[in-house]
Design a protein around this ligand. Structure first.
Ligand SMILES: Cc1cc2nc3c(=O)[nH]c(=O)nc-3n(C[C@H](O)[C@H](O)[C@H](O)COP(=O)(O)OP(=O)(O)OC[C@H]3O[C@@H](n4cnc5c(N)ncnc54)[C@H](O)[C@@H]3O)c2cc1C
Ligand SMILES: *[C@@H]1O[C@H](CO)[C@@H](O)[C@H](O)[C@H]1NC(C)=O
Ligand SMILES: *[C@@H]1O[C@H](CO)[C@@H](O)[C@H](O)[C@H]1NC(C)=O
Ligand SMILES: *[C@@H]1O[C@H](CO)[C@@H](O)[C@H](O)[C@H]1NC(C)=O
Ligand SMILES: *[C@@H]1O[C@H](CO)[C@@H](O)[C@H](O)[C@H]1NC(C)=O
Ligand SMILES: *[C@@H]1O[C@H](CO)[C@@H](O)[C@H](O)[C@H]1NC(C)=O
Ligand SMILES: *[C@@H]1O[C@H](CO)[C@@H](O)[C@H](O)[C@H]1NC(C)=O
Ligand SMILES: *[C@@H]1O[C@H](CO)[C@@H](O)[C@H](O)[C@H]1NC(C)=O
Ligand SMILES: *[C@@H]1O[C@H](CO)[C@@H](O)[C@H](O)[C@H]1NC(C)=O
Ligand SMILES: *[C@@H]1O[C@H](CO)[C@@H](O)[C@H](O)[C@H]1NC(C)=O
Length: 628
């Protein structure tokens, strides 16, 4: 018996399992769910009917074909293999259909459910419990959108994954990662689906869905002598969202650095991509505040990445982008003492003043970007062609946020600008409101994120301090942003800086360190535009509108999570001089490219061959050159 057990143990190890639990002592206890890992002992108890797959030593390159294994390929996993994966994930393997399938002919058709869903489609909460939903439908390939918004003709899976592991323990993630690696199919990771570039999608892929890693535990005194931190921290499951961690922190009289949008997955893609925050001018990026990750690496191991363990991986995970180096199951972040916060929201538009007066008012604001960021404040504003037919433009402050500032201190910061708006005869009501703590200020002040439109694409730029330190350059920067709005692009922008009090040495895009204005512009095309027209619009945007912004900020960058999927030289734009080291770490941890994500580190060797030629996830993932 013994040799048999050993043999099957070996086969199973190669197919599904192999990882061994780390045995090193931990400073942080694992949560109950994290104790559920694949360890060598359990392998001998796994079922032995490992379908038709032949055992493979880890690291062997059997799947060296030009493309990831796709349905219809000879080596696409058999139904038995999928059943095996299901068994090894406690029955948590899903084969989900798009939510909007209820709107299209077929077994799922349900007129009532469709009407309800269509009415609420843009609400991000509507999509959170959907295993495959993406907030960027353009990059899904628009193959199943409610017809009242866009008629997909029929509902097909398109760029949505085919199978999903609804993971709640490291073992589920390990089984999924091993399955994808050993079968050669495409693997994706989805948390909330917020990424602007659609990086949680992938046609005919297996997706690891991290949404239900929801544990939050408070550590009153985290001690990290190497990282140089002694203070409170939260250990959070990687599915924890902004609204959850902010509330939990508030109950302990604390704050943490997270995004503005309430449903953003702050412990998932947000933090691994850097992450900007209403608190960034005080505490830096989300990634700057990470103390440790628990992560399943591409070889299926469940490891700790912190200042002393897998420190290169730890460095890369703090800014190098999600779905590249592994799947994080938890993140430990610094927490800070809560503080009072003052907020202001207001609007003015060309409905009340002339174009020139309106723009003069916006221009006066630009004079304060450096001082306001240096004062530790943050603002999120929008300049939008609100009624293009009437030529109307609106400025919305949504909001200006002053952490740890009294009402008086906030007035002192804003009043000089407000006086100039008053002098120009611009009418606005600043609605300044003071809160005793951060949580209610944040909760009441930000707009709920909406699902993106089906005819929109965005690009972004991290404008450095230098652009606002010299009046001539400031004027040029302002003129380019004005031009974008006047050519019918919506501009969303954030005035903040990314200080990094300590642990500056991480993979965060160095362009953030210079940033004073982070601006996004979006181009729109008509709903009935042909593929050729869309390409023309998008090229014009990427190499025209966005190039104007690049030209006035040479050497700066763009933010990888809110960016143009066609961003040229994305390695420089998203990672700056961190790219070579990131690529080295990618090759070390993921030599077989088990993980791939558009515009991610090491992604240049592959591309999605989309069925409509447009940049989206609806197609096979193949190597760029043949014969590698
Ligand atoms: C309306 C809106 C508001 C936003 N506000 C902000 C903001 O204030 N600040 C800011 O910085 N950004 C903001 N973002 C951008 C946001 O940071 C990105 O969309 C980010 O990718 C979201 O991460 P997620 O995990 O929620 O989303 P997903 O799209 O699910 O994931 C993003 C990427 O990370 C990967 N990933 C997710 N979880 C893991 C994991 N556990 N391990 C490995 N890889 C993982 C995914 O594969 C994907 O590639 C906003 C986005 C939207 C749509
Ligand atoms: C990193 O994690 C390991 C394993 O959990 C632990 O032994 C070590 O003390 C941690 N290092 C720091 C600096 O906290
Ligand atoms: C595999 O399962 C699918 C349904 O999920 C079914 O359509 C198909 O016929 C099965 N294939 C085989 C070979 O049994
Ligand atoms: C669904 O639409 C796709 C693309 O428009 C088309 O190729 C396919 O034949 C359609 N399928 C059905 C069943 O109509
Ligand atoms: C995923 O798992 C969670 C937690 O067990 C469960 O609540 C949820 O219903 C599951 N989702 C689906 C679509 O199966
Ligand atoms: C104001 O600017 C808009 C473009 O933003 C333009 O369409 C409109 O014609 C301008 N109005 C006047 C009076 O010049
Ligand atoms: C908050 O403001 C108070 C009063 O000005 C100051 O003493 C304190 O250091 C500030 N806290 C932070 C974290 O900056
Ligand atoms: C910048 O623009 C302002 C307002 O339009 C103008 O008064 C100023 O002279 C300009 N400065 C330079 C250096 O161009
Ligand atoms: C984009 O699509 C929306 C519907 O989703 C539509 O209302 C809007 O008019 C379209 N935009 C353009 C520029 O056609
Ligand atoms: C799209 O619709 C507009 C009118 O809404 C029309 O002018 C245009 O020709 C249409 N374009 C295509 C490609 O059908």
């Amino acid at each position: 018996m013994a040799p048999y057990a050993a043999l099957w143990g070996g086969i199973l190890a190669a197919l599904l399992a192999l990882p061994v639990a780390t045995t090193s002592p931990r400073t942080l206890p694992l949560s109950e769910s994290e104790k559920i890992q694949l360890i060598q002992d359990q392998l001998s108890n796994l079922p032995i009917s490992v379908s038709k797959l032949s055992p493979l030593p880890v690291g062997s390159k059997r799947h060296g074909g030009r493309c990831k294994v796709y349905p219809g390929d000879a080596d696409w996993p058999s139904n038995e293999s999928w059943a095996e994966l299901n068994d090894n994930t406690d029955g948590r393997l899903l084969k989900p259909r798009p939510q909007a399938a209820v709107c299209y002919e077929g077994p799922e058709y349900n007129a009532e459910a469709c009407a309800e869903m269509s009415a609420d489609w843009t609400n991000s909460y509507m999509h959170l419990d959907g295993p495959i939903e993406m907030l960027s439908p353009v990059y899904q390939g628009l193959t199943c959108v409610p017809p009242s918004i866009y008629d997909s003709g029929n509902c097909t899976q398109g760029g949505f994954p085919m199978y999903v592991v609804n993971a709640t323990s490291p073992r589920h993630v390990q089984a999924g990662v091993n399955f994808a690696r050993n079968t050669g199919i495409r693997l994706v990771v989805k948390n909330t689906g917020h990424d602007f570039l659609g990086k949680s999608g992938g046609a005919s892929s297996l997706s690891i869905w991290t949404h239900y890693f929801k544990d939050i535990s408070y550590i009153p005194e985290y001690v990290d002598e190497v990282g140089g931190y002694l203070g409170p921290a939260f250990k959070c499951g990687s599915g924890v969202q902004a609204f959850e961690i902010y509330k939990a922190a508030s109950k302990k009289g604390r704050v943490v650095v997270g995004g503005e949008g309430e449903t953003v997955g702050v412990m998932g893609g947000y933090i691994q991509g850097g992450g900007h925050s209403p608190l960034s001018s005080m505490y830096g990026t989300g990634a700057d505040n990470v103390l440790a990750f628990e992560v399943v690496t591409p070889d299926g191991q469940f490891v700790t990445a912190n200042f002393t363990h897998n420190s290169d991986l730890f460095w890369a995970l703090r800014g190098g982008g999600g779905s590249t180096f592994g799947v994080a199951t938890s993140v430990t972040v610094k927490a800070f003492l809560d503080f009072p916060t003052t907020v202001s929201r207001f609007t003015f538009s060309t409905a009340d003043v002339t174009n020139e007066t309106f723009w003069a008012g916006v221009r006066t604001y630009f004079d304060y970007f450096i001082t306001n960021a240096d004062a530790g404040t943050y603002s999120y504003f929008r300049i939008l062609p609100s009624d293009p037919e009437a030529g109307q433009v609106t400025f919305r402050m949504v909001p200006f946020l002053a952490p740890n500032k009294t009402l008086e201190e906030t007035h002192a910061i804003l009043d000089p600008w407000f006086a100039r708006l008053n002098d120009l005869g611009i009418v606005f009501d600043p609605h300044i409101k003071h809160y005793d703590s951060f949580y209610p200020a944040w909760d009441e002040s930000f707009p709920l994120e909406a699902v993106q439109q089906v005819n929109v694409s965005s690009g972004s730029r991290l404008f450095p301090r230098a652009n606002f330190a010299d009046e001539g350059l400031l004027n040029k920067t302002f003129d380019e942003i004005r031009k974008s709005v006047e050519t019918n692009h919506v501009v969303l922008a954030f005035n903040m800086k990314m200080i990094s009090p300590d642990n500056r040495d991480n993979a965060v895009n160095p362009a953030w360190r210079q940033n004073v204005l982070f601006a996004i512009q979006s181009v729109r095309w008509s709903l009935n535009a042909t593929v050729e027209e869309i390409w023309e619009t998008r090229r014009g945007f990427t190499f025209g509108d966005m190039q104007r912004w690049r030209d006035i900020s040479p050497g700066a960058g763009s933010y990888l999570a809110e960016a143009d999927r066609l961003e040229p030289n994305f390695q420089q734009a998203f990672f700056g001089d961190k790219y070579p080291r990131l690529l080295e770490i990618k090759k070390k941890y993921d030599p077989e490219d088990v993980f791939w994500v558009a515009t991610g580190v090491g992604s240049e060797g592959w591309q999605v061959e989309s069925v409509d030629t447009l940049p989206n996830e609806n197609g096979r993932l193949c190597r760029v050159e043949e014969g590698i």
